[in-house]
Design a protein around this ligand. Sequence first.
Ligand SMILES: O=C(O)CCC(=O)C(=O)O
Ligand SMILES: [Fe+2]
Length: 127
Amino acid sequence: MIAQTANSTASEFPQINPDICIVNYYTNSEKLGLHQDKDESESSLTKGLPFISISIGDTAEFMFGDTRDKDQATKINLESGDVLILGGESRLLFHGVSHVKTNTAPSWLKEEMGIRPGRINLTFRQY
Ligand SMILES: O=C(O)CCC(=O)C(=O)O
Ligand SMILES: [Fe+2]
C-alpha cells in the first residue's frame, strides 16, 4: 500500500491518456462493496496505470485495503472536490464506499447548481 502526497505523484505514477470515464451516482443509502478494478487491459494493469477519481456532492466514507475484509479496511472521507489516485502498487487495492453522508455537500452546489442529494463519482482510466 502506498500513500503519497500530490506533489510526488507526477514522478511516481506513469502518465495516462484516459479513454474511459465511469460515472457513478450514489443516493444517500447506496454503498459499493470492496472490489478491485480489473476491467482494464492487462498492459494497463501491469504497468499500474492509475485511475483518477473525482468526487462531487455529499461526502463518502471510502474504504481501501489489501483484502476484501471491510473490518480491516482503512476508511477516509472523500469530500466534494477531492481527487483520489490509485496507481502503481496501489492500483489493485480493494476499495469501496461504505457510506454516503446525508446533507454534507457544499451549500453552493445545492443552492446555486441545484445538485440533488447524494454523490457523483467520476473515474478516469486508460484501457
Ligand atoms: O465512488 C467511488 O469513490 C469509487 C468508485 C469505484 O470504485 C469504481 O467505479 O470502480
Ligand atoms: Fe472501483
